[in-house]
Each structure stands twice: as structure tokens, then as C-alpha cells.
Write a protein that binds this ligand. Structure first.
Ligand SMILES: [Ca+2]
Length: 391
């Protein structure tokens, strides 16, 4: 056992057994292989001057904004409410939400997306923390939005196993062009080793059909002991997920521990490393792993040390902001700003800071159909839906 492995044994607890085995193997030498946390220029203040329009305020911990075909909005509130906001700002609370939403800490109502055939079917998909403090998990509810009511609700996915923490649910969702739905799942905070356990949904990105069934071409279908919904593994708590149809790329970002937030390109069957490879450390300062990268595991496109606590993601393809085509917009909860990550051909170029004057925790960021940018600020009683345009 080398010095690093000894240090690991002293500082790591839950997943020590399996990781110690691998860190004593020849693969341990790969820690210096592959891209590291590349020395990149510090994020700089963007020179782009923007207008900030408040579409709605007094929202209760808003989590996700989705634009409706009539240019109204659906906004989830984490405490278990769903608001319809008209394009004139008129607000109506949607009824018919599930009665088993677990609301505590980070738990509650999360994402909402429209079915690709929403105009005909009125079908929506909501993700939420289902269950109780003792046994909960991220669930997907499929329902129809008829007027201001959800009807025909059915849970089509529920993460297994249940956990007993109120943190790290993941819960971002997006449809791929083939009609399958992918969703991010956190590792529950106390169960980091589960992110490498293919018998668990925790710490995974999963892919399901629109009715909850398993796509036949999922990467682990038919593999013994592996949950067939799994699309990728080794995630901590991804709260950003976006499919860029121009490049055909699925992007995700995730919260690291202390440092080690990551922006990743997601491919089916791949392992994104947590908790074996990370550029972060534990909150108490302890080392989680000696590895910043690891053989057989994917390297991030960009990491953040220190953490910005990323939430909400869009790859900008609008035409209002010149020069932003293909760049990632990432909300920062901890950094209290919006980051524009300049990307070229899937590679990080540099990073710009916007909206720092608001000093607001940013929970979600989306591109509206007209090319403006929609932002949700996180506040228990006065969260806001903002529309950002160039000045
Ligand atoms: Ca990673």
C-alpha cells in the first residue's frame, strides 16, 4: 500500500473497502494521466450589458421554469407548488399535484418538462422527492395538464433503493430526440459510494421511455445485477442537464463537494468518476480520493474550484446574444451569479460572470424561444423569474 492509499484509509470511511482495493492496483498510477484540472484563466466579468425584466416575484423557492407553446410559463416551487404564469404575468396555481411530495431540506418538487407531443397530448413530466424522511427517492410523475389541473397522474419511475436523507436528488430531466427521457439522480449525500454501484439508481443518469419502460438499447440492458435504466454512472448531484440538438450532445453539470463542481458531456455507458475521481475535497477538509482522473472514467470538460454550486443549464443557440452560440449558461447558487462558459467543439475556452450585481442564488437558467434568457432566483419567499436580454 502506498502513502496515498494509507492517507485514504485514514480519511475515508464508507467506500474505503472497494476503493482501497483499486488504489493498491497498478491502475493507481494513472492518477497523473489524462486531463487534470487544467489551469484556466479566472472567470472574468462579462462585458455584455443586459436588461433584466422581472416576470414574476414572490415565488417560493422556484426550481424550474418551462416555456409553454403560448409563451406562458410553468414554474415549480420546491415546497410543492406549480404555478402557471401567463405571458402577461397573471399567475394561477395548478392543482392536482401528488400528495406524497416529501418537502424538507433540499427535498420537494423539482423539475417539469413538456412531452414532445404536448400540444396534442397536454402531457407533462414532473420530478419530485417521493416518500418520507425515512424512505424517499426521486420520482417521475407523468400527468396531463388540463386547464389549471393535473389529471391522470402516474408515477413512471422511482429511484431505488430508498434513502433516508433530504439531500442530493438530482432530478433534472430532458427528452432526447429519440423520444426517451433522461434524468439525473443524486447520490443522497450520505451514500457517495452508491454512485459506483450499478445495482443502485443513486448517483446516476437514467434513461427511460416516455411511459417509464426501459429502452432496449440502454447500455446495461441484460447485464446481471445492473439496473437497466442506468445511462451513466459516477455522478454526485447533477442539477443541470441539457441536450444540445445542434451538436447532438447531452450536457450535464454536477455539484462537487468542497470544490470539484463539473461540467460534463454525457455518453451512454460511461463512468464520470464520483467518488473515485474529483478535484474537490470533503467539507471538513479531508481528502476524498487521491485521484483527479482515473483510467476508464470520463474527464470533465470544466471544473470549478472553489465551487459555484451549479444549478440550471442551457447551451445557448439563440440569436439575441451575439457570439454566444454554443456556449453553456450555468446558474450559480453559491457564487450568486450566472456563468457563461465559452465552449468550442466541446472544449472549455474561458468563463464570464454575469448578473453578479443581483447577488442572487440562481436555481435555473433556460433559453426562451425568442433567444432571451430565463433565470430563476432561489429564495424561500421572494424567488424571481427574470428575463434577460441584451441592452
Ligand atoms: Ca467526474
Amino acid at each position: 500500500m502506498n502513502i496515498r492509499a494509507t492517507r485514504l484509509a485514514l480519511t475515508s470511511t464508507l467506500f474505503m473497502g472497494t476503493l482501497l482495493m483499486s488504489s493498491c492496483s497498478p491502475q493507481a498510477d494513472t492518477q497523473n494521466a489524462g486531463p487534470q484540472s487544467t489551469p484556466t484563466p479566472d472567470a472574468t466579468t462579462s462585458s455584455t450589458v443586459v436588461n433584466i425584466e422581472t416576470i414574476a416575484d414572490n415565488l417560493r423557492a422556484p426550481w424550474r421554469v418551462t416555456v409553454l407553446p403560448d409563451n406562458g410559463y410553468l414554474v415549480t416551487e420546491r415546497d410543492g407548488y406549480l404555478q402557471h404564469i401567463g405571458n402577461d404575468g397573471a399567475r394561477t396555481e395548478i392543482t392536482g399535484l401528488p400528495d406524497d411530495i416529501y418537502v424538507e431540506g433540499q427535498a420537494g418538487l423539482f423539475d417539469i418538462i413538456l412531452s414532445p407531443d404536448f400540444t396534442e397530448s397536454q402531457t407533462v413530466y414532473l420530478s419530485y422527492a417521493q416518500g418520507t424522511s425515512d424512505a424517499n427517492g426521486t420520482a417521475v410523475l407523468r400527468a396531463r395538464l388540463v386547464g389549471t389541473e393535473l389529471v391522470d397522474g402516474k408515477i413512471i419511475f422511482r429511484a431505488t433503493p430508498s434513502k433516508d436523507t433530504n439531500a442530493h436528488f438530482g432530478a433534472r430531466m430532458v427528452f432526447l430526440p429519440d423520444g426517451t427521457l433522461v434524468m439525473s439522480l443524486g447520490e443522497g449525500f450520505a451514500y457517495r459510494e452508491a454512485a459506483q454501484d450499478k445495482a443502485s439508481h443513486l448517483g446516476k443518469i437514467v434513461r427511460i421511455n416516455a411511459d417509464g419502460s426501459i429502452p432496449a438499447d440502454n447500455p446495461f440492458v441484460g447485464v446481471d445485477g445492473v439496473r437497466p435504466e442506468i445511462y451513466s454512472l459516477g455522478h454526485r448531484n447533477p442539477q443541470g442537464l441539457h441536450f444540445d440538438s445542434v451538436s447532438g450532445t447531452l450536457w450535464a453539470h454536477e455539484h462537487g463537494p468542497k470544490g470539484g463542481d463539473e461540467l460534463n458531456i454525457i455518453s451512454g455507458g460511461k463512468n464520470y468518476g464520483w467518488p473515485i475521481a474529483t478535484t474537490g475535497i470533503d467539507y471538513n477538509g479531508a481528502m476524498i480520493t487521491p485521484f483527479k482522473s482515473y483510467a476508464g472514467m470520463e474527464n470533465f470538460v470544466k471544473d470549478w474550484v472553489p465551487s459555484i454550486a451549479p444549478s440550471g443549464l442551457t447551451i445557448y443557440r439563440g440569436t439575441l446574444f451575439l457570439g454566444w452560440d454554443g456556449d453553456a449558461l450555468v446558474g450559480g447558487l453559491k457564487s450568486r451569479d450566472l456563468r457563461r462558459v465559452d465552449l468550442e467543439d466541446g472544449k472549455f475556452v474561458r468563463e464570464y460572470i454575469l448578473l453578479e450585481g443581483l447577488s442572487a442564488r440562481i436555481r435555473d437558467v433556460r433559453t426562451a424561444p425568442d433567444g432571451s434568457i430565463l433565470v430563476l432566483t432561489d429564495d424561500a419567499t421572494n424567488g424571481k423569474l427574470l428575463r434577460i436580454t441584451p441592452k
